[in-house]
Design a protein around this ligand. Structure first.
Ligand code: HEC
Ligand code: HEC
Ligand code: HEC
Ligand code: HEC
Ligand code: HEC
Length: 443
């Protein structure tokens, strides 16, 4: 026995003797209670210096959060306004976006046997129809492992397009599919057929000869009931960028795509270095050219004054948009609405006449500036709402009636798509030019 162990043994023997003698003096001891269950091992504490600092430094989260305040994802009000609406929030609110991604909600349309009409399946549930767009909209794993893996994107999977009821899928492969994250939201909403509720058949619009609206609000064959708001919803970019969102009238130009579609990603031009109030997590490309000039992209530096790669192509698309709008008339009245107010027209300045992509149909409540910027508008289709004044109802009665052929409907969709793409052809010049040129020829 080692000396240390001998000492321990003596101490142990001594204490037993002591306990035994005390027992004799104080009478019998009570029963020993059951041994309690072992407590769970605590998780090892996370070392703040090692993991939190992956993100929580002045140059990462702190700086990115500052940039993000300049992103419309953050300062825009649509998330707040559309909260509660299960059809709008998949693209407008954080929890709804995460819900449709996690539950793989399909973008199909299904026939409802009771009503005989199709229903859009791309929606969230009422309890997950809210949330401002924030860091975890796109990085949904934040604060799960506290490691770099938490920055992974909510989705980079190919995007079945809601405008086609899921029958066409966008897959932008550059940069590991990062653009698919953007396009999941930045894609157009479907145009629906007023009779069936199903998505509009763009092939029919490009080839059929009849009308989609005959001018009679009670007509039984009208597949469109035109209104001021008959529009391609704002997310036109995804469809234009991928070259798959237009009414493709056959014509002299083939529908091909710009090199951007396969080699560039949204973040190449919209993120990266901050330039003014653009770049980084502002997601804005305004006045930003560094993305064009990185190694492997344009060898001749692109700047705001470059002719071949900036001014000329943009002017060409601007001219095509103006020519198309000039052809989109019925009885000399513009079909496309003009809005010269830079505060309410998101596409102010893109065309000389300041079209905003809406239709020039009288609607004093939703389009109060119609009479200011349009020489004349079309009559409201159907019975004017009860909220209109007697004067407004009387004025409406004097206005001309709109009719729309398949070709005109296809043309106005293409106009809206190319205008609301914002970039005047920079996203996908080949596709934008073909769409506008062939449409003008068709009219
Ligand atoms: C993978 C990156 C990442 C890591 C690692 C990380 N965080 Fe965060 N954290 C974020 C982001 C992003 C936000 C949101 C910032 C914002 O909204 O401005 C955030 C926000 C926070 C907040 C503010 C409250 C909140 O939830 O919005 C606290 C507190 C916080 N983190 C603590 C920690 C601690 C402590 C650790 C380490 C144990 C840690 N974080 C590790 C990315 C990270
Ligand atoms: C969850 C859906 C969603 C995702 C994902 C998303 N966006 Fe957005 N984005 C929106 C919405 C909605 C708006 C408009 C917000 C508003 O006005 O309130 C917007 C606005 C923008 C704007 C400002 C447009 C303007 O009119 O000034 C840019 C630029 C933009 N997004 C780029 C991107 C890029 C690049 C990505 C991918 C890295 C992306 N977005 C991912 C939904 C999304
Ligand atoms: C498929 C995705 C998607 C759906 C569904 C969707 N939106 Fe949007 N919406 C967007 C995107 C993307 C933008 C921003 C585009 C931009 O600015 O370039 C936007 C912009 C808007 C804006 C303009 C905000 C501003 O900056 O002024 C409003 C208003 C709006 N949406 C309302 C709605 C409503 C109402 C619904 C439902 C009826 C809806 N959205 C459904 C994608 C969608
Ligand atoms: C609309 C989608 C979206 C939102 C919202 C978003 N991010 Fe990101 N984030 C991205 C994309 C895309 C990248 C990759 C950027 C690139 O490739 O240049 C990224 C990259 C990052 C990185 C890694 C880049 C680096 O410098 O290491 C961090 C950190 C980050 N985001 C933090 C944040 C924080 C903090 C917020 C909120 C304030 C936020 N993100 C909101 C899309 C988003
Ligand atoms: C080759 C560069 C490039 C790529 C790639 C690109 N964009 Fe753009 N984007 C632009 C330019 C240029 C503008 C117009 C900016 C201006 O008018 O100064 C623009 C405008 C926009 C706008 C309008 C708001 C703004 O920032 O002006 C949105 C929204 C947008 N792009 C989204 C996207 C999305 C989503 C993708 C990916 C599918 C994408 N972009 C890919 C260059 C690009």
């Amino acid at each position: 026995m080692k000396l240390k162990n001998v000492t321990r043994f003596l101490l142990f023997a001594f204490s037993i003797m002591f306990i035994a003698s005390s027992c004799v003096k104080e009478g019998p001891m009570g029963l020993t209670g059951n041994t309690g269950a072992d407590g769970k091992d605590g998780k090892d504490g996370v070392d703040a210096n090692e993991t939190c600092k992956i993100c929580h430094t002045a140059t990462k989260v702190d700086l990115i959060a500052t940039q993000f305040e300049f992103s419309k994802h953050s300062y825009g009000e649509a998330a707040f306004e559309e909260s509660g609406n299960t059809g709008c929030t998949p693209c407008h609110a954080q929890e709804a976006f995460k819900y449709v991604v996690a539950n793989k909600v399909p973008s199909t349309f299904t026939l409802n046997a009771t009503t005989g009409k199709y229903v859009n399946d791309y929606s969230t549930i009422a309890s997950a129809a809210y949330g401002e767009i924030g860091c975890s909209t796109c990085h949904s794993a934040l604060h799960t492992t506290y490691g770099t893996a938490d920055l992974a994107f909510t989705t980079v999977a190919p995007v079945p397009m809601t405008m086609w009821g899921g029958k066409k899928t966008i897959d932008l492969k550059a940069d590991g599919g990062k653009s698919n994250l953007c396009v999941k939201c930045h894609q157009p909403r479907p145009f629906t057929n007023a009779l069936t509720g199903n998505v509009l058949d763009y092939v029919a619009l490009a080839t059929a000869t009849g009308v989609v609206y005959d001018g009679n609000p009670t007509g039984t064959t009208n597949i469109i009931k035109p209104s001021y708001r008959t529009h391609t919803h704002y997310g036109a970019i995804g469809a234009v960028y991928a070259g798959m969102g237009g009414v493709e009238f056959p014509g002299t130009l083939a529908y091909t795509n710009s090199t951007h579609t396969t080699v560039a990603s949204c973040s190449d031009c919209h993120m990266g270095t901050m330039v003014g109030r653009a770049g980084g997590h502002t997601f804005s490309a305004l006045g930003k050219f560094d993305g064009c000039n990185v190694t492997g992209c344009h060898s001749t530096a692109v700047t705001a004054t470059s002719t071949t790669l900036w001014l000329n192509p943009r002017n060409e698309i601007k001219t095509l948009l103006a020519s198309l709008a000039a052809k989109l008339t019925v009885g000399g009245v513009d079909i496309m609405n003009r809005n010269g107010d830079s505060a309410t027209n998101l596409w102010y300045g893109i065309t000389a006449n300041n079209y905003d992509g809406y239709l020039n149909i009288y609607d004093p409540i939703t389009n109060p500036t119609a009479q200011t910027y349009n020489a004349k508008s079309f009559k409201y289709v159907g019975t004017p709402p009860a909220t209109w004044s007697t004067d407004q109802i009387a004025y409406n009665a004097t206005l001309p009636i709109i009719t729309l052929s398949n070709a005109q409907m296809g043309a106005l969709i293409n106009f809206q798509l190319c205008l609301r793409d914002y970039s005047l052809g920079i996203h996908n010049f080949a596709y934008t030019k073909a769409l506008l040129t062939n449409t003008i020829a068709k009219l």
